[in-house]
Design a protein around this ligand. Sequence first.
Ligand code: ASP
Ligand code: MG
Length: 423
Amino acid sequence: MGLVVQKYGGSSVADAEGIKRVAKRIVEAKKNGNQVVVVVSAMGDTTDELIDLAQEVSPIPSGREFDMLLTAGERISMALLAMAIKNLGHEAQSFTGSQAGVITDSVHNKARIIDVTPGRIQASIDEGNIAIVAGFQGVSQDKKDITTLGRGGSDTTAVALAAALNADVCEIYTDVDGVFTADPRVVKKARKIDWISFEDMLELASSGSKVLLHRCVEYARRYNIPIHVRSSFSGLQGTWVSNEPQGDQPMEQAIISGVAHDTSEAKVTVVGVPDKPGEAARIFRAIADSEVNIDMVVQNVSAASTGLTDISFTLPKAEGRKAVAALEKTRAAVGFDSLRYDDQIAKISLVGAGMKTNPGVTATFFEALSNADVNIELISTSEIRISVVTRADDVNEAVRAVHTAFGLDSESDEAVVYGGTGR
Ligand code: ASP
Ligand code: MG
């Protein structure tokens, strides 16, 4: 007998039918002799609808009340799921994040889990129940206020509970069959990956792959919890994310794990920066002080005639306005000419630990983009990733071209997307 933590996303429990279908799956896992803890997201687009509603009432809602509102979504799905399971003749109990012992810091809307004390959950499953836990929420340690973990946070709840309960596996059920070599919504010939290391998965997640959140994978790696990402709409084996392949998973990881893309960033260019020590420091101190996270940074060589250079960097679109305002304030001190803000960009990243030891990966990547007539605006690399910034309009074509160039296209089954928006 094992202990399984299963997480079901919003698209898997979008309506009553979905809830009943998921309930059957959960009961199957229990009948197979496991203790089962389930983490559930809000039904369908409930969280988005609650956010819209809040905005209609108040443009800048209080963080505390906003979190209180959003956690209602997961309360609805957890209670309905428990009812559906009981209707199948099995015992189930639902718990809020707070009741499940998910303890966080007090940063509303993006709280971090600092401890999990799952005593009630353990007791419930030891009595033979299936425990259903509301994802994406916890309670703050100091003020005992209800918090949320940031969009998509239910995955993190699941991994955190799996770690605290010493589970054998954390199964993340979603609306695709696993982790693919590219977003199956863009690349019809994307292939399902059977096994991927934490390292490569982290890099894919931070490069825009939406199937698993970076924070969730980070947590799983820290506590060495294998994740099995699979579809709640099919019975297929999904993708295993772990340190080492296990059982009948392939022994070797591919040279290239996949291609990720991200259209959520914008590019800021500081034009005409005097090329002398301290200017970049001043610029990025101003950005940091406004609590904006930046991604890629590129500085051009300065023109010999003017001694001026341009510095470009990317950041989340949502933080664009804040960053530009902060930079404007430094204009006199830095002495730059102007600022350019461009939100029509996309980032395309190739990820794979194998690129460390295989020459020619960068050349093939650039050739593929060139053959597709895609212009490259910025480049950045890590040991196991190459990223470029292109025009947003080019993103789909660029991803497909790179995917094909690295032989990642599948010959057979087209990737299936069962539901949801891939958000
Ligand atoms: N319901 C929350 C969201 O939509 C949390 C989650 O789905 O993981 O972001
Ligand atoms: Mg959701």
